[in-house]
Design a protein around this ligand. Sequence first.
Ligand SMILES: Cc1cc2nc3c(=O)[nH]c(=O)nc-3n(C[C@H](O)[C@H](O)[C@H](O)COP(=O)(O)OP(=O)(O)OC[C@H]3O[C@@H](n4cnc5c(N)ncnc54)[C@H](O)[C@@H]3O)c2cc1C
Length: 494
Amino acid sequence: MANTEHQDFDVVVVGCGVAGLSAAVAAADAGARVAVVERSTYEERGGNTRYTAASMRMKSENEVSDDFESFLVRYSGYHIQPDFVAATALDYENWPSNVRTLPFTDPELISFFVDSVPPAVAWLKQHGVKFGGIGFYGLTPRPTPRIAVSGGGLQIIEAMTAYAEQKGVRFFYELTAQDLLLSEDGSVAGLKATQKNSQPLMLHGGAVVLACGGFEGNTEMVIRYLGSKGRYLRPVARGGYYNKGEGIAMALRAGAAPAGDYAGYHAQPIDPRSSATEAIVMAFPYGVLVNRDGQRFVDEAPGSIDAHYEETTLTIAEQKQGIAFCILDDKINRIENWKRCVRSDRPPETAPDVVTLGKKLGFDGAAASRTIAAFNQACRPGNFDPKILDGLATENLTPRKSNYAVPLDTPPFHAYPMISSNTFTFGGLKVNTNAQVVSQSGDAMPGLYAAGETVGIYYGRYPGATSVLRGAVFGRRAGEHAAQRCASARARAG
Ligand SMILES: Cc1cc2nc3c(=O)[nH]c(=O)nc-3n(C[C@H](O)[C@H](O)[C@H](O)COP(=O)(O)OP(=O)(O)OC[C@H]3O[C@@H](n4cnc5c(N)ncnc54)[C@H](O)[C@@H]3O)c2cc1C
């Protein structure tokens, strides 16, 4: 058997999405010798970050949106015991260990995240990332403002990789992190990884940053945590398939506290026939959604698409075989730019009647025709206007449709199949404001850091356009603190 290879660094970073690259660059800037371990090839590197538009919930480069903090607070956990919440008014050092390990996003962490966003944007710019405008799939105006990286996440990957390489960061592609190396005193001493040929490679270092995504690419974990509906979910883009949860699993094995909603994920409605990145179908507010039995199951237009698509998509995942069908009539073609709502590269199925559509796509078309007849009966006269929330609602129909309720009576009919994608999972690791992983005993685990999707901060609802920022903020902090830790250890050793 070949000898196991060993290499020495200060900081070992797992993953080269926005979180990993931010950690690597921050650590290298602070003088650390840095290794980045990445499971994919060079060409496919960057996980979800590679495919994101990288929109950011901000009014400008200097200011987060008004609801950024309140959204995080509102969805920071469930039914937390009031005296535990009260204890967070003390200094963090005085929090009881059960409070430090609670599965909720504590006020310290939320404030740190929010306050760190504008400086993180400025820092990304200093490292070559450029910002610009952003497109939108909705026809009504977006309720919360956004800025975006021009060229999306791919530009972050390219700019930050180039900078890191020039700073001497060593990249290992096609290398998969498997487990932590621990010293006798319990501190993290490096990483055990596996090369393409199954050969182990030990990377030694005083700190490890886990920035290797969630577990959206691991069916076993998805079903274990999200339940049987997980079998019908799939990542929204190729990058998510690389995120198989090893970072979370290895830290939990070593005693880390879990955080983030393990039963939750960020859902986007996609066309399962399409292999395109983020093949979203957001046209359903202008038609009806039926399941395989031809029944409606949700209000297709309760409010703005941006604020509600996730809830709607979660209900699609609960339907038989996790699928629904968006049925439109030919009046859709009278709406200017309606195709902006669809990023699938497949056209809708089209037929002169809904029964035929059902045969083509595999739903009960006869039942769907009856459903549409009842829906048409429940529509009331009024002005249909797709550019605003027009308030044109059904009457005496369950579930109600709250806007854009006009009869579907003009053939040909069109339909898209839709499933829920799993953009990323919410379950991850508990960290403190230094991005240090917190143990089940409430202590920072010496030498262990986490960033990006590997950190759990979301519960129930995802405040859209905050995940890239989570990667940049916690990655940067992890890299800085990890480098500092290694520098102090070197100084102590003389
Ligand atoms: C299509 C799409 C659109 C999105 N739009 C937005 C948006 O507009 N705004 C926003 O804020 N968020 C958006 N998101 C979410 C956001 O992009 C991601 O959550 C974020 O980029 C994740 O960054 P990350 O660094 O934590 O993980 P990733 O970018 O996924 O990187 C993780 C890396 O770790 C590697 N890896 C995984 N396991 C291992 C292992 N065991 N060993 C070695 N390497 C490993 C992976 O290969 C990958 O390169 C979108 C996501 C997608 C897919």
